[in-house]
Write a protein that binds this ligand. Sequence first.
Ligand code: NAP
Length: 556
Amino acid sequence: MAETATKTDFDAVVVGAGFAGMYMLRRLRDELGVSAKVFEAGDDVGGTWYWNRYPGARCDSESYMYCFSFDKDLLQEWNWSGKYPEQPEILRYLSHVADRFDLRRDIQFNTRVTSAHFRESDNRWEIETDQGDKVTAQYLITGIGCLSAGQVPDIKGLDTFKGDWYHTGSWPHEGVDFTGKRVGVIGTGSSGVQSIPVIAQQAEHLTVFQRTPQFTIPARHGNVDKEFLDDIKSRYGEVWDKARKSAGGFPIDMIDRSALSVSDEERLAIYEAAWEQGGFHFLFASFSDIATDRRANDTAAEFIRGKIREIVKDPATADKLVPTDHPFSSKRALIDTNYFDTYNRDNVELVDIRHAPIQEITPTGIRTEDGDYDLDVIVFATGFDAMTGTFFKMDIRGKGGLPLKEKWAEGPKTYLGLSTHGFPNLFMITGPGSPSVLSNMPVSIEQHVEFISDFIEYMRAHELDVAEADADAEEVWVNHVNEIANMTLYPLANSWYLGANIPGKPRVFMPYPGGVGPYREKCDEVAANDYEGFLLDNEAQHFAKVPHEAVKMQMP
Ligand code: NAP
């Protein structure tokens, strides 16, 4: 039985046992020596990779960088089989990490945190779960992921559908056999683009319901090259260092070259080479102004449009697949294997629901304005209520009983994406306002976990009980995030980065787009300045009584 099963008061409670929660537990328990308990909704570790088991699920980060770096032996000993890590292999990796560091004994599985209320009388969080647990903790740390609240659109008639339906983000563990089935996939984001080619190979017929055509770059997936991996392993320290200082958390050489500074022939040759190399290199290693200059972006977008027309044989289908309403990479850049080729198959049909929207789901399929499509299975690859959705599934209340949902009613407000004013000792791993989803996640997760554990260590060393984001520092940070977002092309797309995929969600750019390198520097500076921007104290209620300026940076 888990050692913590009967204990009810902890130094820290961590929500979630994916990459974030697992490393947080390791740091808290094994390095800081504090008591920690993790609650996890699934029946094992894995987070995103536990739930997203749809066909073709795989990470777009190359495998040698989609892992933990905190343990050198682990880095050297684990061998990835593919260039990109596939979902089952990532899950095996995380299970191995859980075994290796004996993490499961402090993780309570099959348990969702339902509420967390800050108790001002003694500065503790009161936490309750759907299994009836009632525990308290000084620190509440969320490792809940940014994309974990699945979004099934509210389409009339879904409850009447006689076939089976699934969301990619909570896929049955036993898998789904599509043999002989007429399948409909709604959605052409990362999950749709990965699953569509795989489902097409198995299903009798596949109908893809597309609302927004997408730019996608070939992954060039394959077995991992042993020589390449040996070389990386011989200089892993330097490789990680480069990734930590980079924009996106990858050790890719950024090119300081405008797409508008070269001749048409040279630009084309660069794009061709990047297209051949595949993956995020196309975005990061071709030109430096694709994400910020519309004219530069147009050259990349036009190149990809040309590729779509080259690959897709039927011109009418190609027309529907060519994206025209947003700049390349203003929605999450997609990486695919045989996505556009799939539309050359006889058993695949593309339905444009931007022009003929879905009216309803009937007992036998999907009805659009253009007609009826008979289906045995519907797959919703319709994404997530990103970044805030999972927070709002829990009833989190800060000082004065303020619900987080209320505080963030007009969009999430955080200091560094780590903390939010009014919610003392709540730390968010890869929260809104941090690079998170715009980066290779393990790099950002490790940085946050290390920041939080260093902060807790500091508080203990200085006998401080409470840390809370200062309201002014938070406002400055939120404005800074918006300012940088407005220097990019991101605001020009209706993406989940802006909450645009959820009806009624405020349109606010949520992740920090300034790059993981500059962001890390900022966090390091905050820590070096005795956690500048946080209110620190050891007296209950103190903050409520003293004006902010008086307690700001009140350090020994
Ligand atoms: P997504 O990017 O939000 O895509 C959802 C798709 O469903 C879009 O095509 C969207 O159309 C469509 N859709 C949503 N609501 C709809 C509605 N009511 N009617 C019709 N169509 C609708 O979701 P996702 O593909 O699950 O990916 C989410 C994120 O997870 C990714 O951006 C990525 O960060 C991460 N992810 C990563 C990987 C990977 O590393 N390979 C794999 C999967 C997911 P619109 O574009 O018109 O909104």
